[in-house]
Design a protein around this ligand. Structure first.
Ligand SMILES: *Cc1c(COP(=O)(O)O)cnc(C)c1O
Length: 378
């Protein structure tokens, strides 16, 4: 693991604190999740739910996840054996890759990719094979031929993140169908990171890969409460997959963490059952924030790619006279009192991401406005 130092998010957040900058780097909201859901966690603690919950997760949450998949996507999962609660999506991803991939295997990832993917794949001993997302018609997308060319005899799995961090792309049905077709043709497992499933804008729909013909049986669907309910510090995630896959993932999970915090699991079960209107309102509010920050960044001189989902914006720094996002992001706290993430850190081939920095817009309006005022001084 020597090549994996401190994550860029920790580094940039520390820089923000040290310089008193506005942190539009790390993607955590600065407002709380639904009040009643927070109350459920407190009640659970006061009510004595403070010992180890069952390894697969508290039954209430497994049932709530199963109902959620049915209601939103028409996908049926048995809460006893096809749903596993994890310590956030991060553990779900790591446990899944460790369970299903071995030294010599290859895992396809879309580049730029969320940083934990490379680490999880490295821990498993497998090799990552990146497929580039290129900008076409104002959004990041992939070339289906390049994806097909990345599949080889050792390919074990494709890791798919949609809505996609850090680009804000939401894969279309056509894009997903091309991934599904490859999985079917080459007998691959799909591992899907859907933590932004409820954060899409302009009527763009999130379609789980597991809903495509034949895909439910070969897909490990992963999500978590952090992004949907603005509780990123709770770290409650889950896996939905057929029995055999879930039991393999659970075999790994039991030795990583065994189980996770009971009070938060109960509270998230409540959230999934009773706070989806709050999530819908949150989505509308984030859509307005996206517009607010987009307009502000354009006014400050950036070229902006309008995201269809997540809470991140990719801004092209070239119109401001820069071409190295890493140097730009390092100077930004000092020069403007704002922190952004250099997009190139999400790449194996940094040169493709050099011109972009990522700004998060899951912040209060006054924080966004102040950041924009500062950036206009650049
Ligand atoms: C935030 C994030 C995660 C981690 O989710 P947790 O539930 O906090 O572990 C995983 N994948 C992506 C793409 C994310 O943005």
């Amino acid at each position: 693991m020597r090549e994996f130092g401190t994550t860029v998010f920790a580094t940039m957040t520390r820089l923000a604190v040290e310089t008193g900058s506005i942190n539009l780097g790390q993607g955590f909201p600065d407002t709380d999740g639904p009040e009643a859901m927070l109350g459920r966690a407190v009640e659970a603690i006061r009510g004595g739910l403070n010992q180890y919950p069952p390894g697969p997760g508290v039954p209430e949450l497994r049932r709530a996840v199963s109902e959620h998949q049915k209601e939103y996507y028409g996908l049926g999962y048995d809460p006893d054996g096809e749903v596993l609660v994890t310590v956030g999506a991060t553990e779900a991803i790591a446990a899944t890759v460790l369970a299903l991939c071995e030294p010599g295997d290859e895992v396809i990832v879309f580049e730029p990719y969320y940083d934990s993917y490379a680490a999880a794949i490295a821990l498993s001993g497998a090799a990552r094979v990146p497929v580039l997302l290129r900008v076409d018609a104002g959004r990041f997308t992939f070339d289906p031929d390049e994806l097909a060319a990345a599949v080889g005899p050792r390919t074990r799995a494709i890791l798919v993140n949609s809505p996609h961090n850090p680009t804000g792309t939401v894969f279309t049905r056509e894009e997903l169908a091309s991934i599904a077709a490859l999985c079917e043709a080459h007998d691959l497992i799909a591992i899907t990171d859907e933590v932004y499933e409820h954060l899409t804008f302009d009527g763009v729909e999130h379609v789980p890969l597991a809903t495509f013909p034949g895909m439910r049986d070969r897909t490990v669907t992963i999500s978590s409460a952090g992004k949907s309910f603005s509780v990123t510090g709770w770290k409650v995630g889950w896996v939905c997959a057929p029995y055999a896959l879930v039991s393999a993932v659970q075999a790994v999970k039991q030795f990583m963490t065994f189980t996770s915090s009971a009070p938060w699991q109960l509270a998230v079960a409540y959230g999934l059952r009773h706070e989806m209107e709050w999530v819908a309102a949150q989505r509308a509010s984030l859509s307005a924030k996206r517009d607010r920050l987009t307009e502000g960044l354009v006014a400050a001189g950036f070229d902006v790619l309008r995201p269809a989902g997540t809470y991140f914006i990719q801004a092209d720094i070239r119109p401001l006279g820069f071409d190295d996002g890493l140097a730009f992001a390092r100077q930004l706290p000092e020069r403007a009192g704002v922190v952004a993430i250099p997009t190139q850190v999400f790449y194996d081939h940094a040169e493709y991401g050099a011109r972009y920095v990522r700004f998060a817009f899951c912040k209060r309006d006054d924080v966004i406005d102040e950041a924009v005022d500062r950036l206009k001084r650049l």
